[in-house]
Design a protein around this ligand. Structure first.
Ligand code: HEM
Ligand SMILES: *[C@@H]1O[C@H](CO)[C@@H](O)[C@H](O)[C@H]1NC(C)=O
Length: 321
């Protein structure tokens, strides 16, 4: 009798565990037998792309974020529009802004040549994001893999604010990340990704012309390459981190304390609110930033993956098989 009760307990506990965690099947060794060289291949392509243009590291990191925040980390952002299908690429947060699709294509074709039909595009994006951070001087971590690719994308979800806009309030940012299972601390530390990369004038124009919680010299400098009137200057670029724009370091947090956040959504993290103390602490402690960034990246990579019999392994990241 006792044995039967025990067996029942183990059985129901197993069902509970399996039923609960959609990411249970992501693991760092998913491709150990089926594509042992995938990490090497991804790294070599990312290395050459970032060697040519450092900004590409930033672009690949952001690509993973924008993939994960719409339908989960499922490669949905990579699908091209067709005559009968409109994907996420022209959504407001992505259009003329998200980059790196060509690099993902090169990685995918190399990976297909060594292990055809095995590695998902969603995993390639996650690995490329990690490699980018490392190449620009940031921390490393073991990337969990085993995601499969979606057969769909959602333009409406990509436009719905799930990817928060740069005009967001602090409350907005907290809520948008909470909706994806990420904490306020995750949100703050992941915003530290803005230690690399660039933004377009249209993303920071209002801040540099109308806000008061901005260093006046910094604002003046930025206005020099971002005309007040919307139009032809919309795509002019400025670095998100004024100090060390191509190094993954904690200068982003120091900038916020100096009122030199480029985006409105950056400066709200240090503007007298609940996240000020975290900003101060990361500005003084690069090790804590690196450690918490890694934890949060792994949590972001766990958002709603397709695993098991869900989804597919796309042959071409831009198309449904
Ligand atoms: C907290 C909410 C966030 C907001 C409101 C936000 C907003 C933005 C905006 C407006 C840009 C400039 C886009 C352009 O003008 O073309 C940008 C760039 C960037 N974002 Fe974020 N972002 C957020 C979180 C994140 C996260 C979580 C990551 C990654 C972990 C990230 C990584 C990047 C990177 C690396 C760039 C530069 C990309 C490049 O140079 O190609 N951001 N972000
Ligand atoms: C996307 O950008 C292109 C310019 O490259 C523009 O013609 C198009 O209208 C934009 N699409 C949307 C939906 O904003």
């Amino acid at each position: 009798m006792a044995i039967i009760v025990n067996l029942l307990l183990i059985f129901s506990a197993t069902i509970l565990i399996m039923g609960n965690t959609s990411s249970a099947q992501l693991s760092t060794n998913h491709y150990k037998k089926t594509c042992p060289n995938v990490f090497k291949v991804v790294k070599s392509v990312v290395k050459s792309a970032v060697g040519k243009e450092k900004r590409m590291g930033a672009s690949l990191l952001r690509l993973h974020f924008h993939d994960c925040f719409v339908q989960g980390c499922d490669g949905s952002i990579l699908l091209d529009d067709t005559s009968s299908f409109k994907g996420e690429k022209t959504a407001d947060p992505n259009n003329n802004s998200v980059r790196g699709y060509d690099v993902i294509d090169v990685i995918k074709s190399k990976v297909e040549s060594v292990c055809p039909g095995v590695v998902s595009c969603a995993d390639i994006v996650a690995i490329a994001a990690r490699d980018s951070v490392v190449l620009l001087g940031g921390p490393s971590w073991e990337v969990k893999v085993g995601r499969r690719d979606s057969r769909t994308a959602s333009l409406s979800a990509a436009n719905s604010g799930q990817i928060p806009p740069p005009s967001s309030t602090l409350g907005n940012l907290i809520n948008r990340f909470r909706a994806k299972g990420l904490s306020t601390k995750d949100m703050v530390v992941l915003s530290g990704a803005h230690t690399i990369g660039q933004a377009r004038c249209t993303s920071f124009r209002t801040r540099i012309y109308s806000e008061t919680n901005i260093d006046s010299f910094f604002a003046r400098t930025r206005r020099g390459n971002c005309p007040r009137t919307p139009g032809s200057g919309d795509n002019k670029l400025a670095p998100l981190d004024v100090k060390t724009p191509t190094s993954f370091d904690n200068a982003y947090f120091k900038n916020l304390i100096d009122k030199k956040g480029l985006l409105h959504s950056d400066q709200v993290l240090y503007n007298g609110g609940s996240t000020d103390s975290l900003i101060k602490s990361y500005s003084k402690n690069p090790k804590a930033f690196n450690k918490d960034f890694v934890t949060a990246m792994i949590r972001m990579g766990d958002i709603n993956p397709l695993t098991g019999s869900k989804g597919v392994i796309r042959k071409n990241c831009r198309k449904i098989n």
